[in-house]
Design a protein around this ligand. Sequence first.
Ligand code: FBP
Length: 555
Amino acid sequence: MSNQKISELQAERAKFKPILPKILKNGPPAVKPKLGTPTKSVSDHETVQKLFPNTYGMPIVNFIKGKNSEISKKIIKVGVVLSGGQAPGGHNVIAGLFDGLKKANSKNKLIGFLGGPSGILENKWKEITKNLIDEYRNTGGFDIIQSGRTKIETPEQFEQTKKNLIDNKIDALVVIGGDDSNTNAAMLTEYFKKEKVNISVVGVPKTIDGDLKNEQIEASFGFDTATKIYAEVVGNICRDVNSARKYWHFIRLMGRSASHITLEVGLKTQPNIVLIGEEVLIKKMTLSQIVNGIVDIIVKRSELKKNFGVVLVPEGLIEFIPEMKELISALNDVLAENEAALNSINTPEEKKNFVCEKLPENLATLMKSLPNIISSQLLIDRDPHGNVQVSQIETEKLIIEMVKKKLSELKKDEKYPGKFSTINHFFGYEGRCGAPSNFDANYCYALGYNSAVLVLNGLTGYLSSVKKLIKKAELWECGGVPLTMMMTIERRKGKEKPVIKKALVKLDGKPFKTLLENRDTWAVAENYLYPGPIQYFGPSSVTDITTITLKLEEK
Ligand code: FBP
């Protein structure tokens, strides 16, 4: 990066000084943890407790002003790793961690493992120095040390991790990741405790998906910036649609499982149709019921001579449709059990036939009824954590095809007077490395600094937690939440596994209720809102706004 020119905006943005919460302002030595009562996992208490005998039940930690803690003066060496999908603000987490460690003792060291958890296994790292981190402050991306999705799961991998961390004289490892990466962090903590290895593990809640949240974690970082970027483009498309008045745009938005991104972007832009996966799940809606709902609105608008509109489709929708959910879960098992056989098959058709033979009859019929492009996308390898790679399944195209078919039937029966021209989009990767908004720049810096405090106090198995996020950054509250407190048991790669519970959109929550109250109006009118691009300079009313989701949830 040092030989590269930087943009004018980057040069100005580099001067931004993140605001630290008051409790951290004088540096890590000025805080000590206040310990609370024992905690429980979100569900499957006994099973989770058995799997985490050494770390289960630790209390929540809230920082209060206190005397300088002993440990903060010791020279320590910390490793940091970026894990999973990129999210705006990752560099500021590392900057906060670096500054917190250096403030405690200028001799403290920070190294970054390269390319995600595989960097730990392969012992690839670089030192984070002041010069290096200064180049990346307030920038998007994870390119300072890159990221990856390797899951540390086999006994050999745990052993290798231990060896490499001990060889590097690491006192603590900070894992910046989403639910799966922090599940990994929880497993590592437990392993180190069992092995009596004195290395702390601390997590930082990252994911644009916004689904790593609970009562203690109000938001994962990156959600604010990513949704602002998508909302800008969706708003522009709404304006284009309202100007040309000839296309229906179907826009799929990232978010592997939960529909938080789609809901937030929907609230920010007020398009005609906003699909929410969690609603589909609760109402047990079939694919054709979803399609019929969209068709009703298209017909209604065409009767008003409005053959245009905007539909938001959450990336994870496909997994929420009960029949598809059942199919995907059966496919996960078939793929896990027949890996070698499937690898030796070359054509997508043969693969489909092979898989259909292994599926129960009803699911095989469903699989065969899907367009080839979708069925082969459903067979793409699962990620290392066993998740279907929904970013590669073009659900919006499947919906468009089904809507087209239904509309042509209606046309034949003279029940649809309109014209249906479509354009499809997928926005995901465009938002993951954007320059962090003021909110994310501050939040990430605080999360990183806070993780330094947890480490300096010798705490392990905690997720860095910064709360009261709708208040000004100075007033944010800091602490740590035990990773085991967020765990549940789920079926992955054909086996029951402990995982951090994903927070889905709550149908009785304010954000969804707000959509519900407005969507019938938005369906037929053009109540589009145009949020415009993220503002880094200017009046605080535009530079410092957080998400509608956060505001509504904290009301
Ligand atoms: P994380 O959960 O790791 O933060 O990643 C989220 C995400 O951006 C999803 O929204 C998306 O489905 C997925 O990553 C895409 O993964 P990949 O980068 O491996 O294509």
